[in-house]
Ligand binder design. Structure first.
Ligand SMILES: [Zn+2]
Length: 107
């Protein structure tokens, strides 16, 4: 048997002998990709909902938003903020509620 044939044979054998490991690696890769898509979507949603909290404390935008909230002006659409109640207690929400979903805790 020549050396080339032997090498090919051993590579083929190594692949066949470890097929379970290859399947596991491919499955993990697929599951990982799907998980990443879900994590990305979830993060996008959370960032959109909580974008105010993602601003750093020194960001001038944050100061602007905070002063608007203090004056009961919705920072998203410029309408009035009103006090609303839900099962978690009081919060300030936009008066245009179904169209504008801005809401914030009362500190
Ligand atoms: Zn609004």
């Amino acid at each position: 048997m020549d050396i080339q044939n032997l090498m090919l044979n051993s590579i083929y054998k190594a692949f066949i002998d470890n097929w379970k490991i290859w399947v596991a690696i491919i499955l993990l890769f697929i599951i990982g990709s799907i998980a990443q898509i879900f994590i990305y979507r979830f993060r996008r949603k959370a960032e959109k909902k909580l974008k105010f909290f993602y601003l750093s404390k020194t960001d001038p935008k944050r100061y602007e938003i905070e002063s608007k909230i203090d004056n009961n002006i919705c920072p998203e659409c410029g309408s009035e903020l009103v006090i609303r109640y839900d099962r978690f207690g009081r919060f300030k929400g936009c008066i245009n509620y179904p169209r504008c979903r801005f809401a914030t805790k009362i500190v």
